[in-house]
Design a protein around this ligand. Structure first.
Ligand code: SF4
Ligand code: SF4
Length: 973
């Protein structure tokens, strides 16, 4: 039943207006094109009416603040009488008189971003020195690496407070002091740089007076926006896919600053990586010429001393800062690069480059084509494999898999989805017939209850997490299930800190209780699912008391989760790699699918299944067929009809056998008849894959390795040929985010030196091995893809627009696309959700006397994957420069370890040395190491046991010991 909205009628500046009851005068005025000036107000924030700039005459004794004053029936509003204008002018004069005079800061000297200066111009208020003292002596704060604070320019409008609290949910900014000395405060009036601020920059984007401003990065001055070129694009880091605008100084060819851009998903929000992490592209370490290994540098092996693994006991150290060289193949004179800066923990170019010589593109491409063809001729299709990249565009992923499949007859093509959500995709395909999310992250606003599980979204999907936090403020209950008490736990209604590797037992028990209490949706189960009875029989064995013994979660908490979830009208599960990166990853995801299905929580607004995808284009790369068992759009390579369809489309016979996955390819290289030649496009398995010592052996054993990348990565050290590719900022292409939103990334600047776009390089290799390719542009490739991908039907470069479009989309010209999938049926053959029960199984390597701790690996907010981009970003490296192991205070005390000291972490596969961070966020008996840092590579410790269905490694669980460095060193000497 819908409730009729009461409307009221009034007059604004002579215009009759009809508006819904509760509409403010400011919003009603907009309806008739009347613009009322504001300082403290912005449509994105709840109005507070503190600055009084928007005062209007409503016929009463005093003027009313239009941003907060609701319209009344019959009201007559005048927004620009001489008295109203005079009130605003006086207010502006008072505010301006108190501003510091700065001539070198564009926010203070131009009207581009400074609303107060705009008003000064409008009311002819002089911005020159007045007789009054300027500024109130409240001070400045430069402690943040990329944000300046000038308290004297602050007018206490609270926009930054609302931006930080209400939009990003970070709750950092408040006020301190009294009267004239009142100022905004970070935490307990701490310097911004040492507060809990996460440098999302939302407050800078909000500030109307230049009290909060961006600092220049790499010496590129921040100029007025009207002097800059605005390029609308998408963030290149995580799967949230935030829309942004790069402001480019064309005179020097460098990015000046970045802002969030409105789009239905991200709604102008960004995190620190999107807003400040773009300068990697201007690094002096960019590859600019093709490189060929010189004959004297065979046999191959890792060259940099700090990643030389030596099997058991091989130790890697946190070393001093190195690199920063510009010898062979890395000359780069572009503006914006920091010539003097020496990036930390990166490949030592001085050590590695002498093993290569510069080559022409023709020479390098000819050599690649010849060697790969030779290997193919000698060993057949099984001898060739390729790793593509989820950082590249959809078009590049499509062409790469097409090259491997049509040029070498192999399905041995995979990418980092195997290390991220392959098990989620396996379970989703089996359960609902689609590997994509069933609803968006923004749909959280329609949910009564959400479960966020195996995920640390404030670090890994920060903008999505801001919507989760915002939803909670509006009443959505958050159940957070994770072994680590990450920041989301502070926003949770119920925090379930279960033991790692016990997810199946926990969710089986929740389902046990949901069924026992009759909180299931019988109609949905009867009409929309299959195999419920078997599921019910399985979970019947998981009474909360039994599950409590396995999970460490008390039985009452399990019951509370069951009732909270079961009684919700609409509920969503958002999950991360804490679910997928286990040998039971597929079972974990099966449980989540079952939990949603038996409670009818799929197919309606505010319900559904959402694996939060990691990389910016992991969804798109998977959609485009960069996986060994599927052609584009998840069409099975081993289905005869599908194979015939693609053979017809691509004009060549195709291999009917499923290919090898990432970890299987690495294992295959070590076998006599395995993979001998590899093409690595933008992947760095030396750091990203489990059990690095094994990866090292495999990379060394390859007969031929091509690495195509923007930097000399750890994997490139093993290459025969290295090709310099363009970064994300130097090319056009489409990217598909975690929501299924296909967006255009646009070229921002020219590539350095001879670097070329990935799609063109792949095409050149294809032509050299005889494929008749003649693509002229990424949009042409996109059109070919779309013709073969039913899910992407109707999409084209011309209808994606500035916000992109969700797929499926019946009418992209007029519609944003489908938010909620499966409203009537699932994508399975019979249209039903296939419930697959799972029994709990323990992880593969349990702690013991020698290795008593459980290691969990993952990401930090400031870094991305193997760090090749983020560790070359000034802001991100400055905020998070070193490798650390996180450990509970009791575990540290038991070992006599202190916060900040160097320790050794070792497993059965190797050891690393890094700094100890004592953290209450870890459980006793567990520790956490981010995997971004080559000098303390977490994946030297991890095991390569894989999930049998998704073939994903168990990155989230292996047994380790952490100990004092000194004691261990002396013991081993
Ligand atoms: S940068 Fe972000 S987290 Fe930091 S104070 Fe501003 S809004 Fe808050
Ligand atoms: S949340 Fe993800 S997509 Fe958005 S700005 Fe941050 S890293 Fe980029």
């Amino acid at each position: 039943m819908t409730t009729a909205v009461r409307t009221i009628s009034l007059e604004i500046d002579g215009h009759p207006v009809t508006a819904a009851e509760g509409t403010t005068i400011y919003d009603a005025a907009k309806l008739v094109g009347v613009d009322i000036p504001v300082l403290c107000h912005n449509e994105r924030y709840d109005p507070v009416g503190v600055c009084r700039m928007c005062v209007v005459d409503t016929g009463g004794r005093v003027f009313g603040a239009a941003c907060v004053r609701p319209c009344e029936d019959g009201m007559v509003v005048k927004t620009s009488t001489p008295q109203v204008v005079r009130a605003r002018a006086v207010l502006t004069e008072l505010l301006i008189s108190d501003q510091p005079l700065r001539v070198d800061d564009p926010k203070q000297t131009t009207t581009g971003d400074n609303k107060l200066l705009d008003l000064a111009d409008e009311f002819s208020v002089s911005r020159e020195a007045t007789e009054l003292p300027t500024g109130s002596g409240r001070g400045t704060d430069s402690s943040n690496p990329v944000i300046d604070v000038n308290h004297d320019a602050c007018i206490l409008c609270d926009r930054c407070v609302r931006a930080c609290d209400d939009i990003q949910g970070n709750d950092v900014i408040g006020r301190s002091g009294k009267g004239y000395s009142t100022r905004i405060a970070f935490d307990l009036n701490d310097p911004m740089g040492s507060s809990s601020c996460v440098t999302c920059g939302e407050c800078v984007q909000a500030c109307p007076t230049g009290a909060l401003t961006n600092k220049a990065i790499r010496g590129v001055a921040i100029r007025p926006r009207e002097e800059l070129d605005a390029v609308h694009s998408v963030c290149p880091y995580c799967g949230v896919g935030c829309a942004l605008t790069y402001y480019v100084d064309r005179e020097i060819g460098a990015i000046s600053f970045v802002e969030g851009r409105d789009q239905p998903g991200s709604q102008s929000r960004l995190c620190v990586k999107g807003r400040y992490g773009w300068d990697y592209s201007a690094s002096p370490q960019r590859l600019t010429k093709p490189l060929i290994r010189i004959p004297s540098s065979y046999p191959k092996g890792p060259l940099s001393a700090d990643v030389r693994g030596d099997g058991h006991g091989g130790t890697h150290n946190v070393r001093g800062r190195n690199g920063g060289t510009r010898s062979g193949g890395v000359t780069d004179d572009r503006p914006g690069k920091d010539r003097g800066r020496k990036p930390g923990g990166l490949v030592d170019y001085d050590e590695v480059l002498p093993h290569f010589r510069e080559a022409t593109w023709d020479e390098a491409l000819d050599l690649i084509a010849t060697r790969l063809e030779e290997i193919h001729a000698a060993g057949g299709s099984g001898a060739i494999a390729g790793f593509g990249s989820a950082k590249c565009s959809n078009e590049e992923a499509y062409l790469f898999q097409k090259l491997l499949r049509t040029g070498f007859g192999t399905n041995n093509v995979d990418h980092c989805t195997r290390l991220c959500h392959a098990s989620s995709v396996a379970a989703l395909f089996e359960g609902v017939g689609s590997g994509a999310v069933s609803t968006t992250y923004g749909d959280v606003a329609n949910a009564d209850v959400v479960i966020i599980t195996g995920s640390n979204p404030t670090a890994n999907h920060p903008v999505a997490s801001s919507f989760f936090k915002q939803a909670r403020r509006r009443g959505t209950k958050i159940i957070y299930v994770d072994p680590r008490a990450s920041t989301v736990a502070e926003h949770a209604d119920i925090f379930v800190q279960l033991k790692p590797g016990t997810d199946v037992a926990f969710y089986n028990s929740v389902m046990h209780e949901v069924i026992r209490l009759g909180l299931i949706d019988r109609e949905f189960i009867a009409n929309r699912t299959s195999n419920y009875d078997e599921l019910a029989r399985t979970v019947a064995d998981y009474a909360p008391e039994r599950a409590a013994q396995i999970t460490g979660v008390d039985a009452d908490t399990i019951r509370k989760v069951a009732t909270t979830w079961g009684e919700a009208n609409a509920a969503v599960v958002y999950w991360g790699m804490g679910i997928s990166q286990h040998t039971t990853g597929t079972d974990n995801a099966r449980c989540l699918i079952a939990l949603c299905s038996i409670t009818g929580n799929v197919g309606r607004p505010g319900t559904g299944l959402h694996p939060l995808r990691g990389q910016n284009n992991v969804q798109g790369a998977s959609d485009a067929g960069l996986i060994p068992m599927f052609y584009p759009d998840y069409q099975g390579v081993d289905r005869e009809a599908t194979q015939r369809h693609f053979e017809e489309a691509w004009g060549t016979p195709l291999n009917p056998n499923r290919g090898l996955t990432v970890t299987e390819i690495i294992s295959s290289v070590l076998k006599p008849d395995g993979v001998r030649g590899m093409y690595m496009l933008g992947e760095n398995p030396f750091l990203s894959d489990p059990n690095i010592n094994k990866v090292r052996k495999a990379l060394s054993a390859l007969d031929f390795l091509v690495v195509q990348d923007i930097f000399l990565t750890e994997t490139a050290e093993f290459a025969d040929v290295i090709l310099p590719a363009t970064s994300y900022l130097e090319k056009d292409g489409t990217y598909t985010n975690t929501d299924r939103r296909v967006q255009l990334g646009r070229k921002v600047m020219d590539p350095p030196g001879e670097a070329r776009t990935d799609w063109e390089i792949v095409q050149d290799i294809a032509r050299r091995i005889g494929l008749p390719w003649d693509y002229q542009s990424p949009s042409e490739v996109f059109d070919e893809m779309v013709a073969l991908m039913p899910s992407y039907k109707n999409l084209s470069y011309s209808n994606l627009g500035l916000s992109g479009k969700l797929y499926p989309n019946a009418d992209p010209e007029h519609s944003d696309g489908t938010i909620v999938m499966f409203d009537e049926k699932f994508n399975t053959d019979d249209g039903l959700a296939h419930l697959k029960p799972a029994e709990w199984l323990p992880p593969k390597e349990l702690p013991d006397f020698e290795y008593p701790l459980v290691l969990n690996t993952g990401r930090l907010l400031e870094h991305w994957h193997t760090g090749s981009m983020t560790r070359r970003s000034f802001a991100l490296d400055a905020i998070s420069p070193r490798a650390e192991v996180y450990m509970h205070p009791k575990d540290a005390a038991d070992r006599g370890l202190s916060h900040g000291e160097m320790v050794r972490a070792r497993s059965r596969r190797g050891s690393i040395e890094l700094v100890l961070r004592v953290s209450h966020r870890e459980q006793i008996g567990n520790c956490f190491i981010p995997f971004h840092f080559r000098e303390a590579a977490a994946n030297l410790l991890t095991i390569d046991e894989i999930d049998p269905y998704g073939k994903i490694p168990e990155f989230k669980f292996c047994a380790v010991q952490v100990e004092q460095l000194r004691r261990d060193s002396s013991a081993s000497s």
